[in-house]
Design a protein around this ligand. Structure first.
Ligand code: BGC
Length: 410
């Protein structure tokens, strides 16, 4: 048993994303995708957790559990529902959310883009269109002008590397087939011009998002407010099995390093880790039948976080914020074990001198897990889908206690 006291001011929180919890994000491109007859989404997001209306109680609950930070995203599709038309009312909504955080001693970590975009952006070519970095910077400028003085830290983008990562993990091509053609038609573009952030692997998109990130960093640093700015990455702990060293290095380059190198000079990088990827001489080695897995089919491997933190620190050379880490399971005792072992890795990394500023569990609530719908349970707080009643799970109390005491034993 060891005891460790975290650095003063360490951020302890849980994370969410607007579309996954707010409900009725009608002007977003995801809403359209979820309702196509050919959709690959298991179900539509609907009311989600109705966090849009219930945020006051939700933020109070997180504070009561012991957390001092909350990571959430603002929805571009609400704030700018048509190009150039900004909604003062929606900006005020997010201002009230930020104020609620401060009232409860919670530092708000705001993601400006968590996968979803307004419908109009997709009609204009989405994340494959060269004008999109300027459009995103304009949105960031307008939102920061209204909200910046209350922002505690900002993530420009959530996981711009997700699509390339998924293309290595899922055995089918998400960018083709009837659903893709129907989606392109819905936005009035050709299938090869459907610039969907979550699915497209075209290298042009990477450049466009990195450009948008750079513009947004400057805008956000311009204030009002003075807060750290970074982006978050989906990082698997990529490990080589015997003979797979070369392949693993190549995959690590493609999925992680080519992005980590781009964030040098930022205030931090957000590390988001769930599992590991083992690479042998013939490619990715899938976990065997007898291996414990999460509800997404990935190996139960909390130690992945240690590997990704070390790797991110080495390549990006900026402070680390663990902006997502967690387990999809219906057995909450496995989540506690997962957090316990993952936090041991955080402690080891801190003791090795790595500058880690905070840890956010994914997720605060059981929520809308994109194409998988509501089946995977990532939350530390359960949400009754019929009544919207919230029930903190034992893992919420367990992690909240660590947050409250800023102390780890394990
Ligand atoms: C995303 C979340 C998602 C989570 C679990 C991350 O890729 O940022 O939106 O729900 O992983 O799959």
């Amino acid at each position: 048993m060891r005891e460790y006291i975290f650095p003063e001011g360490f951020l302890w929180g849980a994370a969410t994303a607007g579309h996954q919890v707010e409900g009725n994000n009608l002007n977003s491109e995801s809403w359209v995708l979820e309702h196509l007859p050919e959709t690959i989404y298991a179900e539509p997001s609907g009311d989600a957790c109705d966090h849009y209306h219930r945020y006051p109680q939700d933020i109070a609950l997180l504070a009561e559990l012991g957390f001092n930070a909350y990571r959430f995203s603002i929805e571009w599709a609400r704030i700018e529902p048509e190009e150039g038309e900004f909604s003062y009312a929606e900006l005020e909504h997010y201002r009230r959310m930020l104020a609620a955080c401060h009232e409860h001693g919670i530092r708000p970590v705001v993601t400006f883009h968590h996968f979803t975009s307004p419908r109009w952006l997709l009609r204009a070519g989405g994340w494959l269109d060269e004008k999109t970095p300027a459009r995103f910077a304009r949105f960031c400028e307008r939102a920061t002008r209204h909200l910046g003085d209350l922002v505690g830290a900002a993530c420009t983008f959530n996981e711009p590397n997700l699509a390339v990562l998924l293309s290595r993990l899922v055995p089918f091509d998400l960018q083709s087939g009837p659903w893709w053609d129907a989606a392109a038609q819905a936005f009035g573009v050709a299938p090869d011009q459907l610039g969907l952030f979550q699915f497209v692997t075209d290298p042009r998109m990477r450049e466009i998002i990195i450009d948008a990130h750079r513009l947004a960093v400057d805008v956000l640093h311009g204030g009002p407010g003075d807060f750290p700015v970074g982006l978050t990455l989906a990082l698997l702990d990529i490990q080589a099995a015997e003979g797979g060293e070369e392949q693993a290095a190549e995959i690590r380059r493609e999925l992680s390093d080519s992005y980590l190198e781009q964030v040098r000079g930022d205030d931090f990088v957000g590390v988001q880790t769930y599992s590991r990827m083992v690479v042998g001489p013939t490619g990715v080695v899938r976990p065997g039948e007898d291996v414990e897995k999460n509800q997404m089919g990935e190996e139960f491997y909390p130690e992945a976080l240690g590997g990704t933190i070390r790797h991110a620190a080495e390549v990006a050379r900026v402070p680390i914020l663990v902006t997502e880490n967690g387990l999809a399971t219906t057995d909450d005792s496995r989540r506690v074990e997962y957090f316990q072992r993952a936090l041991r890795c955080v402690v080891d990394a801190l003791e090795a001198g790595i500058d880690i500023r905070g840890y956010f569990a994914w997720s605060a609530f059981d929520n809308f897990e994109w194409v998988s719908g509501y089946r995977p349970k990532f939350g530390i707080i359960a949400v009754d889908r019929a009544t919207q009643a919230r029930t903190p799970k034992p893992s919420a109390h367990w992690l909240g206690e660590i947050a409250r005491t800023n102390r780890y034993q394990g």
